[in-house]
Design a protein around this ligand. Structure first.
Ligand SMILES: [Zn+2]
Length: 382
């Protein structure tokens, strides 16, 4: 199946208390609950959902750790097959939601999940209805039709309209107990996704609207959400994260995400932090776009206009200043801004990271980026 499915306001609940009504409207007689064990408890979702799910038989799946992996998906599918259910409920961060998406999508199919994930087989049945409840404000996964899956250490992105959740709950009270480091990492993902969507070659009027609002909210509220959280900053970050998700659902991500995956899979750098490492240098790179290396079919002026919007949102006069401000911002959140902080410093490791970048993802970037430029860029932030 091709095309893009989109989350709409009508399908976004703002209170976890509405879950019971949604499940009833879907005619749910039994439910698979895919939950991050720690977040499920700490967010308060376990206690708040218990009375709502009292009459529904629930199959639990919570045996997984950060960054969704194929063997964890296989365990989840085996759990589903031992007691098939009508619908799936995801509670947690990007990992829980992505695994739940993949289970809801692949469980009803006749083809093997490995064949589906690799694109060698197609779906022949509709996905199970999925309701996504994020407990972090970052990935926006509840608003996208993609799921990340690491297969043998290699990051795969599965992209299908059938992966979009049927509905989602954006209840910022669920993020109240997040540790500052997770608020910082996930919030940086939202900021990066907003900025990448805005400069993407696939940006549309609608994606630009989502991205502009997401960037403004994240830039002005993330530091408060990390350092002195209150309900206003948490609500702002939940909205930023969701809108950035809607934005990248239309445009896909670009160079900072493409470069980040080896930081995460090989060096354990949390996703949002990994993406933020190259955001500033790539803003400078993209601001230098010329007719010769522009990749946006609408022309170099269209790219420059959207880079100017980004600078405006960050309240900076030029890309170099914006890069310095992003660096300061990331540091104020308590995050690393240099690769050496993650043990990455030698040329061989940098070459290997640059060699793992998916060239297709770089095609979304407004200015061409060569392997040599990635190596130089990484060396500049050691
Ligand atoms: Zn991301």
């Amino acid at each position: 199946m091709s095309g893009t499915a989109e989350m709409t306001d009508e399908r976004c609940l703002s209170d976890l208390g509405g879950v019971g009504d949604v499940l009833r409207s879907l005619g749910t007689g039994s439910l698979m609950l895919v939950a991050d064990r720690v977040a499920f408890q700490a967010s308060g979702a376990r206690d708040r959902l218990a009375p709502l799910l009292r009459d529904i038989p629930v199959v639990m799946f919570e045996d997984f750790d950060p960054n969704p992996k194929l063997d964890q998906l296989l365990v989840g599918l085996a759990r589903y097959r031992s007691r098939p259910t009508d619908a799936v409920l995801a509670v947690g961060g990007g990992t829980a939601i992505d695994l739940a998406k993949l289970i809801a999508w692949s469980a009803p199919q006749s083809a093997d999940v490995r064949e589906l994930v690799s694109g060698r087989a197609r779906t022949d049945r509709p996905a199970l209805p999925l309701l996504a409840v994020p407990t972090t404000a970052g990935t926006g996964s509840e608003a996208t039709q993609f799921a990340v899956l690491y297969v043998d250490g290699i990051k795969c992105s599965i992209d299908s309209p059938e992966l979009l959740p049927r509905a989602c709950v954006l209840d910022s009270a669920l993020t109240a107990t997040l540790p500052p480091s997770i608020t910082a990492h996930t919030g940086l993902d939202a900021l990066c996704q907003g900025i990448e969507s805005l400069w993407s070659v696939a940006a549309t009027d609608r994606s630009v609207g989502y991205a502009v609002e997401a960037i403004g909210l994240a830039w002005h509220h993330l530091e408060a959400a990390v350092r002195c959280p209150d309900s206003a900053s948490r609500a702002a970050m939940c909205r930023a994260s969701h809108l950035a998700g809607r934005a990248i659902n239309l445009t896909r991500t670009t160079a900072p995400h493409a470069i980040s995956y080896a930081f995460t899979s090989d060096h354990g750098v949390p996703h949002g932090q990994a993406v933020a490492l190259t955001l500033g240098p790539l803003l400078v790179h993209n601001a230098g776009v010329t007719a010769a290396d522009n990749q946006d079919p609408r022309g170099v002026e269209s790219v420059r206009a959207r880079i100017a919007m980004i600078l405006d949102l960050l309240d900076c006069a030029d890309a170099e200043q914006a890069s310095r401000e992003i660096d300061n911002f990331v540091r104020r959140l308590g995050c690393e801004t240099r690769l050496s902080g993650w043990g990455i410093s030698d040329r061989e490791t940098i070459e290997r990271i640059a060699g793992k970048v998916n060239p297709q993802r770089l095609g979304n970037n407004p200015r061409r980026v060569t392997h040599e430029q990635i190596v130089d860029l990484l060396e500049s932030i050691v």
